[in-house]
Design a protein. Structure first.
Length: 105
């Protein structure tokens, strides 16, 4: 995967070889991960870039600002601390899963 904008990138580490998988948009990782048999293992890690500065954040503890222009149009920018209008990972994840990407079908 080519990362077109590092401020919205995500990565997942997991599986038998603890491999790193890169994504252009956290929404892509959220749609991809349920198809992995190791999704719920404690060793599985998800990181997302802080859209303000590109620093890596734990995706599960980050907050998400909706309405952003993101590479794959899922529309969430991650931040370390809660900001006005932000939602937690579970809410953002549910909204991303509800939004079907046209080429996922």
């Amino acid at each position: 995967m080519v990362i077109s904008d590092k401020h919205f990138a995500a990565q997942v580490r997991g599986g038998a070889k603890n491999k790193v998988y890169l994504f252009d948009d956290i929404g892509c990782a959220v749609h991809w991960l349920p198809n992995q048999s190791w999704e719920k293992e404690k060793s599985t890690k998800i990181w997302v870039a802080d859209y303000h500065n590109g620093n890596w954040l734990n995706a599960r503890t980050a907050y998400y600002i909706p309405g952003q222009t993101t590479p794959m149009d899922f529309g969430f920018g991650a931040v370390r601390d809660s900001e006005e209008g932000s939602v937690n990972f579970e809410i953002a994840k549910a909204q991303m899963l509800a939004k079907k990407r046209h080429h996922l079908h």
